[in-house]
Design a protein. Structure first.
Length: 615
C-alpha cells in the first residue's frame, strides 16, 4: 500500500464515518415518553407545541436522555439545549431549560440550569383531556375573594355544582367598598391535580358565562393551589388562582393574583328520600325509551338522562395536523352531553297520599344550571308511574311548589324496564262504529268505482273492522283488519288506570311472524286512551222500548310518547278508532270471532306438532 492510497483510505474512512454519524443524527438517539405525544399549549407561545416520539416542536430532537434530563438538538440553529422535564399529570408537563449551546455532554449542559430558572408549564390539548372531578367536595359553597384590593366577602359569592363533578359555577358578587370586585359568573372545569410536598395544585379552565367559544387558551387555563381546612367546625377551602396561564407566581393557597375562601353552605338539602314505592324500581324509562330515570345515593338522588338531545358526532382529532388542532371541539361536545342530563336531590316531601301520590320539592342540577322544582309522582299501576315537574327553577325551595298547578302541567309516563302482562280493561268484542264504516263503504261503491270495487271487495289495508279485548283468556287486544290476508294487529296490556272517565292502558305490540311464533316487541310501548260511553239518547230509534240506547261506544287513540291528556279518544293520537260494543267475549254475536279462534288454535297445535316431529 502506497502512502497515497493509504491517505485515500483514511479520507474515505473519514467520509464514511462522517456520513454514518450524520445519518445517525437524523435518526434520533432517544425518545420522549409515549404518552407525551400530542399538541400542548404553553402560555406566551403562538399555536400549539407538537410533541412526537422524537421531537418537541421549537425545542428540537431528542439526542440524549438521563432520567428527567433531555439533551435536545436544534437542527435549525445547530445547537444543543438541556430540558429538565417533569410530568405532573398526564396532561401537564413542566420544564426548565438552558440556552441553546454548542455541543457538550448532557451533564455539562444540564448543570448550567440555575436554581431560580423559569419554570414553564405545558397543558395538553390534543388528544383531548378528559376533565376530572374537582377537588372541592360538596357544593354549593359560599365564598369571599380578594383580587389584591381587599376582601370581598359581603355580600357572599356562591359556587354551585354542575351535573358533572368536573365543573363548578362561580357566581361572583360585587362589594361596594372593594374596587376590583364585580358581579360575574365563571365556570371552572377541572383538568388536572397533583401534589408537591404538602402543596396541592389544580389546573383548570375558566370560562366567562356564555362567551366561552370566544376566549383563548391564554384566557382560560389557570393554575391553582388549594388547601382544605376547618373553621368554626365547617369545611373551608383556601384557593389561590394564577393571574395567567402558568403556575408561576403561586406560592401558597393564600397568595396569588386572586384568592378565594370557599365555605360549605349550611342549608344543605335535608336529603329526604324518594318514597319506597317509587324507588322499588331503581330505573324507570319513558315509553319511547328516550328518558331514563335512575335513583342513586341511598335513594336521595334521581338522575334523568335524555338521549333525545342529539349528540354531536365526534370528529376524529388528528393532533398532528394543526388545522384540526385549533378547533376547540372538545369542550363544546362535553357541554351538549351535560345538557341532556339532570340530577335531582330530594329536598322536602310536601304531601303523600296512600303510597300512590306524592309532592316533592327537589333541587335540580342540569348542566351548570340549578334551582328548586316542584314534582308530583303518581303511581298508576305496579310498574307504571307518571310524573309532573314545574317548568322553571326557583332560587328558594319554599317558592317551588307555591304556584304549582297540576292541571296545567304535562305528564311524563314512565314504566319499569321489564313489564308483565296484565288484564286489559274493557274486556269484550267490538266492531268498528257502523256509521263511519258504512260511509266509507258507500263512497267506495260509487258508480265510477264499481268495477274496481268488485275486484277488491272491502279490503283496504290499515283499516280495521273489529276489536277483541282479553278474549281467549289472553291479556291482549286484537285489532282485526278488513283485509283477510293481513294478520291481526295485537297488543299486550301491561297495566291501566282510570282518570276523569278515560282509561289509560300501557301496551306493547305483539309481532306475529309467518311461522306463527309470537313475541312481544319490548322496544315499543304505547299508551292507549279509551273512552267507553253510552250512545246519546237521540240515536234511539223511534218506537224502541226506550230502555236501550244502542250498544256502548268505545273510542280509542294510540299515543307513543306519554299518555298526553290533550289527546281526545277517537280523534287525536297516531291512531284513532271508534267501535261499538258487541258485548262480552263469550256472548259472541259475531261468528267471525270463533272462525278466527279455531285456525289460531289449529296453528298452535300444528306448530307444536311440527316442533315435536322435527326433533
Ligand atoms: C416528529 O416531528 C418532526 C417535526 O417536528 C418531524 O420532522 C418528524 O418526522 C416527526 N417524527 C415522526 C415519527 O412523526
Ligand atoms: C332504595 O330503595 C329500594 C327500594 O325501596 C331499596 O331496596 C334500596 O335498598 C334502597 N337503597 C338504599 C341505598 O337505601
Ligand atoms: C269518533 O267519533 C267522534 C265523535 O264522537 C268523531 O269526531 C271522530 O271523528 C270519530 N273518529 C273516527 C276515527 O271515526
Amino acid at each position: 500500500m502506497s502512502a497515497g492510497t493509504s491517505l485515500k483510505f483514511v479520507v474515505w474512512t473519514f467520509i464514511v464515518c462522517f456520513l454514518a454519524s450524520s445519518v445517525s443524527l437524523t435518526k434520533a438517539r432517544c425518545q420522549f415518553k409515549q404518552n407525551w405525544q400530542g399538541r400542548w399549549f404553553q402560555s406566551g407561545i403562538q399555536g400549539l407545541i407538537l410533541i412526537n416520539n422524537t421531537h418537541i416542536e421549537s425545542k428540537g430532537e431528542c439526542y440524549e436522555e438521563q432520567g428527567d434530563k433531555y439533551l435536545v438538538y436544534d437542527k435549525s440553529e445547530d445547537c444543543y439545549r438541556c430540558l429538565v422535564l417533569h410530568e405532573k399529570h398526564s396532561s401537564v408537563l413542566q420544564y426548565k431549560e438552558t440556552y441553546c449551546e454548542t455541543k457538550d455532554s448532557l451533564a455539562e449542559i444540564c448543570s448550567r440550569i440555575v436554581g431560580d430558572a423559569a419554570l414553564y408549564s405545558m397543558f395538553r390539548k390534543y388528544p383531548e383531556v378528559k376533565p376530572l372531578d374537582c377537588p372541592f367536595k360538596s357544593a354549593p359553597f359560599t365564598f369571599g375573594y380578594n383580587r389584591g384590593t381587599g376582601d370581598c366577602s359581603n355580600p357572599p359569592s356562591r359556587a354551585e355544582s354542575c351535573t358533572d363533578d368536573s365543573r363548578l359555577v362561580l357566581k361572583y358578587q360585587a362589594c361596594p367598598d372593594v374596587p376590583s370586585s364585580e358581579s360575574n359568573v365563571e365556570e371552572l372545569i377541572c383538568l388536572a391535580t397533583w401534589k408537591e410536598g404538602s402543596t396541592k395544585y389544580l389546573i383548570g379552565k375558566i370560562s366567562q358565562g356564555n362567551r366561552r367559544s370566544l376566549t383563548s387558551d391564554e384566557d382560560q387555563y389557570r393554575c391553582f393551589i388549594y388547601q382544605k381546612g376547618k373553621e368554626d367546625g365547617k369545611i373551608v377551602y383556601s384557593i389561590a388562582q394564577s393571574g395567567d396561564a402558568t403556575c408561576s407566581g403561586l406560592q401558597s393557597p393564600t397568595e396569588g393574583s386572586r384568592t378565594m375562601k370557599l365555605t360549605i353552605v349550611d342549608d344543605q338539602h335535608k336529603r329526604c328520600r324518594f318514597p319506597e314505592w317509587i324507588t322499588t324500581h331503581h330505573t324507570w324509562v319513558s315509553l319511547d325509551h328516550h328518558k331514563t330515570f335512575k335513583f342513586a345515593q341511598k335513594n336521595a338522588t334521581l338522575k334523568i338522562l335524555d338521549d333525545e338531545t342529539t349528540r354531536p358526532i365526534r370528529i376524529h382529532q388528528n393532533f398532528a395536523q394543526p388545522q384540526f388542532a385549533f378547533q376547540d371541539l372538545g369542550f363544546e361536545s362535553e357541554d351538549q352531553k351535560q345538557n341532556s342530563e339532570m340530577r335531582l336531590v330530594c329536598h322536602g316531601i310536601l304531601q303523600q297520599l296512600d303510597n300512590k301520590q306524592v309532592q316533592i320539592v327537589a333541587h335540580v342540577t342540569a348542566g351548570c344550571d340549578s334551582g328548586y322544582v316542584c314534582m308530583m309522582f303518581y303511581k298508576r299501576d305496579s310498574n307504571i308511574m307518571e310524573i309532573q315537574q314545574s317548568n322553571r327553577y326557583y332560587e328558594n325551595a319554599d317558592e317551588a311548589c307555591a304556584t304549582f298547578d297540576p292541571s296545567e302541567i304535562a305528564y311524563t309516563t314512565l314504566v319499569a324496564p321489564t313489564l308483565h302482562s296484565k288484564k286489559c280493561p274493557h274486556l269484550g268484542r267490538y266492531s268498528i262504529q257502523l256509521n263511519a264504516f258504512m260511509e266509507k263503504r258507500k263512497r267506495r261503491e260509487q258508480p265510477g268505482d264499481l268495477k274496481l270495487g268488485n275486484a277488491e271487495p272491502d279490503c283496504i289495508s290499515n283499516e280495521y273492522e273489529g276489536l277483541s279485548v282479553g278474549c281467549s283468556g289472553s291479556h291482549e287486544m286484537e285489532f282485526k283488519s278488513t283485509c283477510p290476508s293481513q294478520s291481526t294487529n295485537s297488543y299486550a296490556c301491561h297495566g291501566s288506570w282510570e282518570e276523569d272517565g278515560l282509561t289509560y292502558v300501557i301496551t306493547t305490540p305483539i309481532v306475529t311472524t309467518r311461522r306463527s311464533t309470537i313475541h312481544q316487541d319490548n322496544t315499543l310501548r304505547y299508551c292507549f286512551i279509551f273512552q267507553l260511553s253510552n250512545q246519546p239518547q237521540e240515536d234511539v230509534i223511534e218506537g224502541g222500548l226506550g230502555k236501550s240506547a244502542g250498544p256502548p261506544i268505545l273510542k280509542m287513540s294510540k299515543v307513543g310518547e306519554s299518555c298526553h291528556r290533550y289527546v281526545k279518544p277517537g280523534v287525536g293520537g297516531s291512531w284513532a278508532l271508534n267501535f261499538t260494543s258487541n258485548g262480552a267475549c263469550d256472548q259472541s254475536t259475531s261468528d267471525n270471532a270463533s272462525s278466527i279462534l279455531i285456525p289460531a288454535i289449529m296453528l298452535i297445535v300444528l306448530s307444536i306438532a311440527a316442533t315435536v316431529f322435527l326433533r
